[in-house]
Write a new protein. Structure first.
Length: 96
């Protein structure tokens, strides 16, 4: 079974607003890491990490939770950003 029409529409929303989402990811990440290291900064997000996966829950209609998974070479970790229900705001993250 492939993605639902709602998932496809939501993916297009993500694609259209990706630069805005990426900016919020950087701000969120820097804010969190500065709690552990005041000097932390992300100089070049694309150079130091890459988008690996977009995960959208299976559903027929909203609201949903969704995630972006990045490989982050700058710290030899992967980072999963969790987004709220049908919006483009980071609500949590996990580092592996």
């Amino acid at each position: 079974m492939g993605p639902t029409n709602y998932q496809k529409e939501f993916y297009l929303k993500i694609e259209t607003k990706y630069n805005e989402i990426k900016s919020s990811l950087i701000l969120f990440l820097v804010g969190k890491f500065k709690e552990w290291n005041e000097d932390f900064n992300v100089d070049n997000f694309e150079k130091n990490g890459f988008l690996d996966t977009i995960w959208i829950h299976t559903f027929k209609e909203g609201p949903i939770e969704w995630e972006l998974f990045y490989e982050a070479e700058w710290r030899n970790h992967s980072v999963t950003f969790v987004f709220g229900l049908t919006d483009l705001v980071v609500t949590d993250f996990y580092i592996d």
